[in-house]
Design a protein around this ligand. Structure first.
Ligand code: 5GP
Ligand code: MG
Length: 196
């Protein structure tokens, strides 16, 4: 007799709640892709993704942009362990030859305090970027401290820690095809105080 298995569509056992399903994500990205296409029509676009979190979003987004696109990445390391930010470090910033006078679309997984995108935008502007627009998969406006709003965004989230679709917790869950919150017990087991 075979053991009943979980359906492949069931959320990961560590996920408490699915906020955005794979289908909803697809619809959100299609809408944003139309907005970006209209905004940059007639221009060559350099997409700069912030690693690692933006990798899934960037891959889906650029395939919906019928524009002439060049792709670059920058590494931003801030979340060490847990759910609170550490020191921000930028690595592998694209050289001036890739950025100067270009129309740049800076893409990240989530806009939280805003300090990551503000820092990356500043360094790209110092390297002579022509126009820099920002695009985020998720926007968490209640946590903003930097004077920065995204030009394009797929979804808004409240003040909770989310994973999936590129977003990690201690390096895991980036491969989940949906966005979800983690069970408090999972956060506690990793020594992180679960948000109220
Ligand atoms: P910011 O610099 O805007 O405060 O934070 C941006 C970075 O913090 C994101 O690129 C992401 O790596 C991380 N971050 C912020 N909020 C969350 C969250 O809810 N979940 C995850 N997994 N990462 C987050
Ligand atoms: Mg990130």
């Amino acid at each position: 007799m075979s053991t009943p298995s979980r359906p492949v569509t069931a959320p990961h056992v560590d996920v408490e709640r699915v906020l955005y399903s794979a289908e909803e994500i697809r619809t959100g990205i299609e809408r944003v892709a139309r907005e970006i296409t209209l905004a940059f029509e007639g221009h060559e676009l350099t997409v700069v993704g912030v690693l690692k979190g933006s990798c899934v979003f960037v891959a889906d987004l650029i395939r919906l942009l019928p524009l002439s696109i060049r792709l670059a990445f920058v590494w931003a390391e801030s979340y060490r362990e847990g759910t609170t930010p550490g020191e921000l470090e930028l690595l592998g910033v694209p050289p001036e030859s890739e950025i100067r006078q270009q129309h740049v679309l800076l893409v990240d997984d989530i806009l939280d305090s805003g300090r990551t995108l503000a820092a990356v935008r500043e360094v790209l502007e110092r390297r002579g970027a022509g126009v820099v627009r920002t695009c985020v998969f998720l926007d968490k406006p209640v946590r903003r401290t930097a004077a920065l709003e995204a030009d394009f965004r797929c979804f808004e989230v409240g003040d909770e820690f989310v994973v999936g679709y590129g977003l990690d917790f201690a390096g895991r869950y980036r491969n989940l095809p949906y966005v979800g919150s983690l069970r408090p017990a999972v956060l506690r087991a990793a020594g992180v105080e679960a948000p109220a």
